[in-house]
Design a protein around this ligand. Sequence first.
Ligand code: GRF
Length: 210
Amino acid sequence: MKGRSSGLARLAVLISGRGSNLQSIIDSIAAGGIDPTIAVGVSNRADAPGLKRARDAGIEAIHVNPRDHADRDAYDRAVADLLLAREVTLVCLAGYMRLVGQPILEAFPQRILNIHPSLLPAFPGLDAQRQALVHGAQVTGATVHLVTNELDGGPIVLQAAVPVLADDTSDTLSARILAQEHRIYPEAIRIVLERRWKIEGRRFVREGSS
Ligand code: GRF
């Protein structure tokens, strides 16, 4: 598909905590950098500070409590139904600390993004910044990828590298990575919404690139 097709895009942003990536998406939309609407923010935690960020920006913000649902499947069914009811077209995980199960994956095929604080496929899973330090990696970074049923294993949309410095702690390294996350997540959303891409095997291939 040619040209801009993101005008009608309706995002959902799923969070569990701070929500600084949610904020970067809000800010990018406000600054005209990308042009979707955020239809809803969803958190599995009632105390997620990101819920307030959404509300402060005039975005509907919903806590979906896992305790109100019999199991993971029922929870994901409820989240999927909530997103479908709001005509969401792209789901953005931003510090969402739950595995996304089949009900959500099936409702939004190739329409779920995640941001991860490493250069995937290095250091998937929890504590990616600490993993980089433990391994003595000299370079790490951030990755935006499409979500599949493989944890942090979906096609890579966009990455940014950062150096690991000799005196880095998990906090200093996380802060350096986070600055790049805030830059590349809105950009990855823009790329995905342009729809000028296809999936080849594991790869996200943009039109015009080889
Ligand atoms: C980020 O480091 C992101 O890469 C990871 O969780 C953190 C979320 O931070 N998945 P925030 O809630 O967006 O501030």
